[in-house]
Design a protein around this ligand. Structure first.
Ligand code: AMP
Ligand code: TRP
Length: 333
């Protein structure tokens, strides 16, 4: 089946192993299937829902594109662009924010996590963030959205918004209802310092994540310092329950090798963590170091990245401008 793929990554720096295993690795796989049409968006409008230093934001946009390409996304076979270059995203987000209901947004757990205790001080953009995400997806008649597990609720909301728009204006299936593509086993990579917390760009301890720009020594050091528990390696899948750090490291090893958890558990059953960590760090270095080197090389070729973004935004504009024209007609503008 021909899939129309759309996904977005925020240019907020520190792209890490969780972004790679949860999302970008899957982008590459989908991009390699010839029949698919892929759009990969650097969502800079989403990034400013929390304060950004303008100079760093610009650098992070380059770094995000460099990461896409270094990971294996083919710019000739996909559309890569930044969201702010195509004004239909903002326009559609406004229209959809008049369709979405407060009650729906009030349920979004990511807002609650990101806004923290002082919700009154969060930006309105952070609150309506999932509506802009729905606009991104719906503008391209997307059929499939590859994301990590944390975006599942936002995708359900996107479907609700699409459905309500179609019903309210009696326009059949004008907006297509997208399917999430969330990996079964490795959709949530956890912090190396605390197996109950998601690996995150914004965590203050750099030891909590493997950045895609880390060099060999950094990777080896972070795996060495990764938290484990005092028991030997688990001997069965059930044994992984209540051992979040062990589960995470075994998950990372399995995902990098395209093994099932079961296979890895069998391979290392009852062994000690220090031996496993050596093998894990070899695999991490083997898979991540080439990406890291390529990112650094591409960051010295900004003209090339500018060219990709400008060609990408032209192609995205072509698609999105037609859809927004129809949206405006439907609402009566
Ligand atoms: P973001 O950096 O928040 O824009 O996320 C980009 C993509 O990476 C999204 O599809 C996220 O769901 C995914 N992602 C972010 N953190 C993780 C993680 N710790 N484990 C798995 N996927 C993640
Ligand atoms: N909200 C997503 C994240 O933080 C990024 C995103 C924005 C996105 N627009 C999107 C993902 C559209 C998929 C499709 O990870």
């Amino acid at each position: 089946m021909r899939k129309k793929i759309f996904s977005g990554v925020q240019p907020t720096g520190n792209l890490h192993l969780g972004n790679y295993l949860g999302a970008i690795k899957n982008f590459v796989k989908l991009n390699n299937e010839d029949q698919n049409e892929c759009v990969f968006c650097v969502v800079d409008l989403h990034a400013i829902t929390v304060a950004q230093d303008p100079k760093k934001l610009k650098e992070n946009i380059y770094e995000t594109v460099a990461t896409f390409i270094a990971s294996g996304i083919n710019p000739e076979k996909s559309i890569i662009f930044n969201q702010s270059k195509v004004s239909a995203h903002s326009e559609t987000a406004w229209i959809l924010s008049c369709v979405a209901r407060m009650g729906w947004l009030n349920r979004m757990t990511q807002f609650k996590e990101k806004a923290g205790k002082d919700k009154e001080k969060a930006s309105i953009g952070l609150y309506s963030y999932p509506v802009l995400m729905a606009a991104d997806i719906l503008l391209y008649d997307t059929t499939h959205v590859p994301v990590g597990d944390d975006q599942k609720q936002h995708l359900e909301l996107c479907r609700d918004i699409a459905q309500k728009f179609n019903n309210d204006f009696n326009v059949g299936d004008f907006f297509k209802l997208p399917e999430p593509l969330i990996q079964k086993e490795f959709s949530r990579i956890m912090s190396l310092r605390d197996g109950t917390k998601k690996m995150s760009k914004s965590e203050s301890s750099d030891l909590s994540r493997i950045n895609l720009t880390d060099d060999k020594d950094q990777i080896v050091n972070k795996i060495k310092k990764a938290k484990t528990d005092p028991l030997p390696m688990p001997s069965s899948l059930e044994d992984l329950n209540n051992r979040p750090e062990a589960k995470n490291l075994i998950g990372i090893y399995s995902s990098l090798n395209d093994f099932t958890l079961e296979k890895t558990v069998k391979e290392f059953s009852e062994k000690n963590f220090s031996d496993f960590k050596k093998i894990l760090s070899d695999v991490c270095v083997e898979k991540i170091e080439p990406i890291s080197n390529k990112i650094k090389k591409l960051l010295n070729e900004k003209n090339y990245i500018d060219k990709i973004l400008s060609e990408g935004s032209k192609k995205a504009e072509d698609i999105a401008s037609k859809k927004i024209k129809n949206i405006k007609e439907i609402v009566g503008f």
